[in-house]
Design a protein around this ligand. Structure first.
Ligand SMILES: [Zn+2]
Length: 500
């Protein structure tokens, strides 16, 4: 059961060798590889936007049930009543052509770049299905949990934006002030914590709805999604005026302090949007200020999701825009993880930056399909292996599995096929994802590179059902370590089944 080398630096055992052969036997066959990797325990999906996680078919089903309308010309959902050219959303359920066209409009399904780039089609999907979200957030959560379970994900960290529209409204009302301390006070006085309290209440309802859908309280019908541990990142949207971004930031920090289900903050929206580009450094300084007030709040920031366009030079960005985003996210804002980091080699002094990321254990969330679809970057053009070689921790994640029409297993398949990963590398990706999750508690690993356990568990069989007293006490004190322990147990089980 120790075959995965849970003890630091162990040479691979015979079982690990055997499982490597099993992987080699299927690595070129996508169907067999998917079947092999589906039950492979994946520590976490750390980069998953809830609204992008939902498949178009679900939005269409909910839109029909909730009486929404379809704008046939723009292939988008709209609020009722269905006036003028709008038709009831139920129409799509009986009209195969309309249904297919909507699935294509709501996702990257069948997308072929012509006049529209993958980038533009991708980001345009969100507004098209947005009207279906408001009444269905619990349903969305249930879908994300259920899919994570089918991928054998232990821990899901979902990005979600509840309360952000209200925070932006408050920001607009309060008005911009270049003095962050003064603006912070104004937002507090204007009642930003009221939004926090409302979101806490609403989250109870959404989680209760998801648990109902998944029958979590009924042993006979209980769905696997109930067993996925989930936490949230408050998602700040960056394409708004500075005061509204700052108001969202303040709200996000207050929410993380007030509600333990929110374990960190992210910033989202197209990084090449003119506002995102213009205000990038300002946004990082906002985080720097707020992080100074609350250093314990964890940040994972989208940074470096930029690249020159293949057709016709730089797309939307100037060369200068590629030179500092990742560095400022880490050095100025204090991000502990980076989402994407695709343009790292265009950053100033990128080798030093990578060395710094390795030394400071800044993990990069790698979203292979997303980068291929939005940025047209894949294979050797992607820095995934460069990060790996530089000792920067990496983990695979989905980004927007519904819009991309993928799941996390798909990303493991893709990584194996594009980068010829070994079984031990897959185990590292799985362990990294959980080890760098923001779920609270001490890490099971004292050495994050060699996966050597903390002293309390140094003499235990990692993942065993009966840890010793000292290790048991350590596990009782740390939710993260308990999940890591569970992952090790599942990895051992997978290995035993795959290499009997
Ligand atoms: Zn993302």
């Amino acid at each position: 059961m120790l075959a995965l080398g849970a003890v630091a630096g162990c040479a691979p055992t015979r079982d690990a060798e055997e499982i490597g052969h099993r992987l080699d036997a299927v690595r070129t066959d996508k169907v067999k590889l998917e079947a092999f990797l589906r039950p492979f325990p994946k520590g976490a999906d750390l980069h998953n936007h809830l609204s992008g996680a939902i498949y178009a078919e679900s939005f269409l089903k909910w839109a029909a049930a909730d009486g929404l309308c379809i704008d046939r010309r723009h292939l988008a959902l709209t609020e009722p009543p269905c006036r003028n050219e709008m038709v009831p959303a139920t129409t799509a359920l009986d009209d195969r052509n309309l249904y297919d066209a909507l699935v294509t409009a709501f996702s990257m399904h069948d997308f072929l770049p012509d006049d529209e780039t993958g980038h533009d089609h991708f980001f345009a999907t969100f507004d098209k299905f947005a009207p279906a979200e408001a009444a269905r957030e619990g349903d969305m959560l249930a879908e994300a949990l259920q899919r994570a379970a089918s991928d054998h994900v232990v821990y899901l960290e979902l990005m979600w934006s509840p309360g952000m529209p209200e925070a932006r409204k408050l920001g607009k009302k309060v008005g911009w002030d270049r003095d962050f301390a003064r603006l912070y006070k104004k937002l507090m006085a204007a009642g930003i914590d009221k939004i926090v309290a409302e979101v806490k209440e609403n989250m109870n309802l959404r989680e209760a709805r998801a648990h109902d859908i998944l029958h979590c309280a009924e042993p006979a019908q209980r769905q696997p999604g109930c067993d996925v541990t989930v936490r949230y990142l408050a998602q700040v949207i960056r394409v708004f005026p500075p005061v509204q971004v700052f108001a969202q930031d303040v709200f996000a920090f207050r929410l993380v302090k007030a509600d333990p289900r929110f374990v960190g903050i992210n910033i989202v929206g197209p990084e090449d949007d003119p506002i995102s580009l213009r205000d990038y450094s300002l946004h990082m300084r906002m985080f720097s200020y707020l992080h100074g007030l609350d250093p314990a709040v964890a940040l994972s920031l989208h940074a470096g999701e930029l690249i020159e366009g293949k057709r016709g030079g730089l797309r939307r960005v100037k060369p200068e825009d590629l030179r500092f985003h990742i560095r400022e996210a880490i050095d100025t804002a204090g991000a502990r993880r980076i989402g994407h980091g695709v343009d790292i080699m265009r950053e100033d002094d990128w080798k030093q930056l990578m060395a710094e990321m390795a030394a400071r254990h800044v993990l990069v969330e790698i979203n292979l399909t997303s980068n291929a679809q939005i940025l047209d970057i894949s294979g050797d053009a992607h820095p995934f292996m460069s990060y790996w070689d530089a000792g920067v921790p990496v983990a695979l994640s989905t980004d927007d599995e519904g819009v991309e029409r993928i799941d996390l297993t798909h990303e493991y398949v893709r990584a194996v096929q594009e980068y010829h990963l070994s079984f031990q590398q897959l185990v590292t990706l799985s362990r990294n994802a959980l080890a760098y999750g923001f779920i609270p508690g001490a890490n099971l690993w004292a050495d994050m590179k060699r996966f050597a356990p903390v002293k309390a568990c140094a003499n235990d069989e990692i993942g065993d059902g009966h840890p010793g007293t000292e290790c048991g006490n350590f596990l009782a004190s740390s939710e993260k370590a308990r999940l890591q322990w569970r992952l090790e147990a599942e990895l051992a089980k997978f290995e035993a089944a795959a290499a009997p």
